[in-house]
Ligand binder design. Structure first.
Ligand code: ADE
Length: 359
C-alpha cells in the first residue's frame, strides 16, 4: 500500500489559521506536523487507539467488501480536527490492501484538478478528500456521476458543436473528511454510503496514544506523566502528540529527560496550557463573554473582533472543545458561557436572579 499526497495538501488550513497565537495546542494540521504525524501514524486497527465502536463497524464493512470482492462504499468522516480522520483512512487502505490518494478540497480549485485525480485512480483505490465541505460547485458536479456510476461527463467544443463524452472510471472509494458536516451539500452527503462521526478521546485513550508515541520516539514517560499530558490535550490525539514533544524538550533541558507527572505539569504551566487544556485564546474568549457581556449571549463576530481572531478559527478550532467541555453554549442569539466556565476561570459565579431580587 502506498500513500500519495498532493503537494498543496492542507495549505488552506495552514493559511487559514496561520495567525493563531498559540499553535501548539490548536488541533488543525500545521506544516511542521506532517512528517512527524506520518512517522507515528498507526497502520492497523490494533495500533489505532480509541473510536472503538467506529472501528468495529469498519472492520465488518471491510470484511464484507473483501468477501464480495468489491471496493468499499464511499465513506464520510466528520468531527472536530485532529481526531484521526486521515489516519483512519490510511488504516482502511492498509486493511483493504489498496493505495490511498490524499488531497484536500481547496487543492481542487479547477475542474482539471479533480478530473486529473479521478482519471489517475486505479480499480479499488481510495481517494481521500479532506475538508470536503469546501469543495466548489463545479468539482461537486464532476464528483456526482463519478461516485454514483463511476464515469466522468466531459464536454468538448463550443456552443452548437458542444459534445458530451462519457468516460468510464475504475471503481474507487471516496473517503471524505469534514469538520462541518452541516455545510456539506445535500446531494453530496447523500452519495456517501457510510457516514460516521469521530468522537473526542477519553483521558485513558489519550494516555495510551501518548505512551505509544513516546515508545516510538524513545521518550521515557511514567503512567502519571502520560495522564498529566492527556488531561490537557483537549480530547485530541494531534494535540497530545504535539505536547509530548514540547514536554520532552523541557524534561531534557530542565530535568533528566524523563517525563513524570511533575515535569509534565510544570512544563504545561509554562506553555500556559491550563488544567482543562485551554490556552490563552480560549481563556480570553471566555473571559470576554463573562466580563464584557455578562456571560452572554453574544455573537461570534463580536467575540472574534474583540479578541483579534478570525471567526473561522473560533468556530472550527476553539469552540468544538469548549462546547464539549461544557464551558460554552451555542444559542440562537449567540454564545453563552456556562457556570463551569465561571468556576474554571475563578470568577465568582454570579446568580443573576439573586442580584435582580435585590431591587
Ligand atoms: N496517533 C494519532 N492518533 C492515534 C490513534 N488514534 N491511535 C494511535 N496513535 C495515534
Amino acid at each position: 500500500m502506498s500513500i500519495i499526497s498532493d503537494n498543496n495538501d492542507f495549505k488552506s488550513v495552514k493559511s487559514l489559521h496561520s495567525g493563531h497565537k498559540n499553535p501548539v495546542i490548536k488541533p488543525e494540521t500545521l506544516e511542521s506536523d506532517k512528517n512527524f504525524e506520518n512517522s507515528i501514524r498507526p497502520k492497523s486497527f490494533d495500533a489505532y487507539i480509541g473510536q472503538t465502536a467506529l472501528k468495529e463497524t469498519l472492520k465488518i464493512t471491510i470484511e464484507a467488501a473483501k468477501k464480495r470482492e468489491q471496493p468499499l462504499d464511499h465513506l464520510l468522516f466528520y468531527g472536530p480536527p485532529g481526531l484521526g480522520k486521515t489516519t483512519l483512512a490510511g488504516v482502511i487502505a492498509e486493511q483493504m490492501g489498496v493505495n490511498i490518494r490524499i488531497t484536500s478540497a481547496p487543492a481542487l480549485e479547477r475542474p482539471r484538478d479533480i478530473i486529473g485525480i479521478l482519471m489517475s485512480l486505479k480499480g479499488g483505490e481510495i481517494l481521500f478528500i479532506d475538508e470536503i465541505h469546501r469543495l466548489n460547485k463545479v468539482a461537486e458536479e464532476i464528483l456526482y456521476p463519478a461516485m454514483e456510476d463511476f464515469y466522468l461527463d466531459m464536454t468538448t467544443g463550443k456552443s452548437q458543436t458542444v459534445k458530451t463524452l462519457r468516460l468510464p472510471l475504475p471503481k474507487f472509494t471516496l473517503i471524505g473528511a469534514t469538520t462541518k458536516a452541516g455545510e456539506l451539500s445535500g446531494p453530496l452527503r447523500d452519495r456517501f454510503g457510510i457516514i460516521h462521526r469521530l468522537e473526542f478521546y477519553t483521558e485513558d485513550e489519550l494516555a495510551q496514544v501518548i505512551k505509544r508515541t513516546a515508545g516510538i520516539l524513545n521518550i521515557e514517560i511514567t503512567e502519571e506523566g502520560a495522564h498529566a499530558i492527556a488531561r490537557r490535550s483537549r480530547g485530541t490525539p494531534r494535540i497530545a502528540n504535539r505536547l509530548i514533544k514540547r514536554v520532552s524538550d523541557f524534561a531534557l533541558v530542565k530535568h533528566d529527560g524523563k517525563i513524570t507527572e511533575d515535569v509534565a505539569n510544570e512544563s504545561l504551566d509554562i506553555l500556559k496550557i491550563d488544567t482543562f487544556g485551554l490556552d490563552t485564546t480560549d481563556r480570553s474568549l471566555l473571559r470576554l463573554i463573562i466580563e464584557k457581556y455578562d456571560g452572554g449571549p453574544v455573537g461570534v463576530e463580536t467575540i472574534a473582533a474583540a479578541i483579534g481572531e478570525d471567526v473561522r478559527t473560533i468556530e472550527d478550532v476553539c469552540e468544538p472543545y469548549l462546547l464539549q467541555a461544557g464551558l460554552l453554549q451555542r444559542t440562537p442569539r449567540g454564545r453563552k458561557v456556562s457556570p463551569a466556565a465561571y468556576r474554571h476561570l475563578g470568577v465568582m459565579d454570579r446568580d443573576i436572579n439573586d442580584q435582580k431580587s435585590l431591587f
